[in-house]
Design a protein around this ligand. Structure first.
Ligand code: ZN
Length: 452
């Protein structure tokens, strides 16, 4: 039958369901992009994967990224900088982003994500140089469709340039009216709110120090009118805290709250420098946090209070953040780093390996408002990945497959990734593109872009 897939005899199925079940030696039948059956029956399907040596996990969900930064990684001149000088230096490169750079950097970052088990990616794009305001999101959705990835774009924005006390150059900021009109267009053109949707859009002004209070307030009103979610960077650095204290006499969260930016439809990237009272307020309002440990370590920003957030019930998901501060797009690596970082900081109070897996699946799905993602069960979207256990590096490491990806870690690509019921990674290679041709084309583009 067309549109069907049978994953046969799965050795261990880590469901991440509410009962934390691991099922052994089961068949998983997929139809029309959703899981239709899990059990012993062996149904006939168009495609079949023999998973008798494999463990299956729900597709990972990335809740914050800047895919365009994939083309400005590992630049020597910014390697020792912290956030504000790092941003000011890199904006001089990023102001030249166009549709081609966006398409191929998205293909690169999304390709790496798919090869490492991520099936849904949210991207926070906020650099819209003049003349390229309308083609950039289109290029991102085209890249996602080529690869078969479930994609959430954001219509990011900046209206506070250097001359007004912000960080970005004048050529990449817009007026509030222009931004709101473009946001409304992007939602009308790309946002699909249906179950199993492959395309969604959120509104995402860049950060409190690159946008005005007016833009934040109007974006929140518009998002609620259009029934889309709200996202931005918050509580990432002490520099940001000093900025809101000196300009608005408020701490960052208090400032955002005053502009309508708390609630279950809002999530912040980073969330490092919250006080205990602020964490309790996040829990009360169900405002979420996208945890980005590698970026936070690389930019010396600090360690988010993840154990306290989980104890209090703050919604927490995982994210790789922009490639320029990571410098990769690998959620498996992010999971292992998150696990180790909090072990170091909090010892027995740290999340366990399986808790981090749930953060990257169920937790991330909650931030994006996707109840049908993040766990493997009949009726859920058919998003998952498979790891062959017959690898040298996993011998002697299979006693707890729920935690294995964090405690031991998986180096290299997964064997299969399935998104929306389709095989998008097969034997470690992307099925949607010719990887060799893409590498050649993308490398040529990077050289010209960085030389500008
Ligand atoms: Zn970011």
């Amino acid at each position: 039958m067309k549109g069907t897939l049978l994953v046969k005899n799965v050795k261990h199925l880590v469901t991440c369901d509410s009962d934390d079940r691991v099922l052994d030696n089961v068949n998983v039948f997929v139809q029309d992009g959703a899981v239709a059956y899990i059990g012993q029956e062996e149904k006939t399907a168009e495609d079949v994967i023999d998973a008798s040596h494999m463990v299956m996990y729900p597709g990972l969900i990335n809740t914050h990224h800047h895919l365009y930064q994939t083309f400005s990684r590992n630049l020597p001149q910014v390697q020792n900088m912290e956030l504000f000088p790092w941003l000011k230096t890199l904006y001089e490169i990023w102001k030249n982003v166009d549709e081609d750079i966006t398409y191929y950097s998205s293909l690169t970052g999304m390709g790496e994500l798919l090869k490492t088990g991520c099936t849904t990616c949210l991207d926070h794009h906020y650099v819209f140089p003049k003349g390229h305001e309308h083609g950039i999101l289109e290029a991102q959705f085209a890249a996602a469709d080529t690869l078969g990835m479930r994609f959430h774009a954001t219509r990011g924005s900046m209206d506070l340039s250097k001359k007004d006390g912000g960080l970005p150059p004048d050529s990449v900021v817009q007026t509030v009216d222009e931004i709101l009109a473009d946001c409304e267009d992007a939602v009308a053109k790309f946002h699909d709110s249906s179950k199993y949707s492959m395309h969604q859009v959120a509104l995402a002004p860049c950060s409190p120090f690159s946008v005005t209070g007016e833009l934040l307030k109007e974006s929140a009103k518009l998002a609620r009118r259009l029934h889309v979610r709200l996202h931005t960077h918050l509580a990432e650095t002490i520099d940001e805290e000093n900025f809101t204290l000196s300009n608005f006499h408020m701490r960052p969260l208090e400032y955002m709250e005053s502009l309508g930016w708390t609630g279950p439809d809002v999530w912040y990237a980073h969330g490092i420098h919250f006080t205990d009272e602020e964490l309790a307020y996040l829990a009360k309002t169900q405002t979420g946090v996208a945890h980005c440990p590698i970026s936070n370590m690389k930019l010396s920003s600090g360690i988010a209070k993840i154990p306290q957030m989980l104890d209090l019930g703050v919604p927490v998901g995982l994210a790789v953040d922009g490639s320029a501060s990571n410098d990769g797009s690998n959620l498996l690596e992010e999971m292992r780093v998150a696990y180790l970082l909090h072990r170091l900081k909090s010892s027995q109070g740290a999340p366990k390996g399986y808790d981090i897996l749930k953060m990257a699946t169920r937790g991330s799905a909650k931030l994006l408002g996707r109840e049908e993602l993040g766990c493997i069960a009949p009726g859920m979207a058919a998003d998952f990945f498979l790891v062959d256990l017959n690898r040298i590096e996993l011998i002697g490491a299979q006693f707890d497959v729920k935690s294995m990806l964090c405690t031991v870690g998986l180096k290299g690509s997964v064997d299969y990734t399935v998104a929306n019921g389709k095989i998008v990674v097969k034997k470690g290679r992307l099925t949607g593109i010719d990887e060799d041709m893409t590498i050649e084309k993308a490398n040529t583009l990077v050289r010209n872009y960085i030389r500008q």
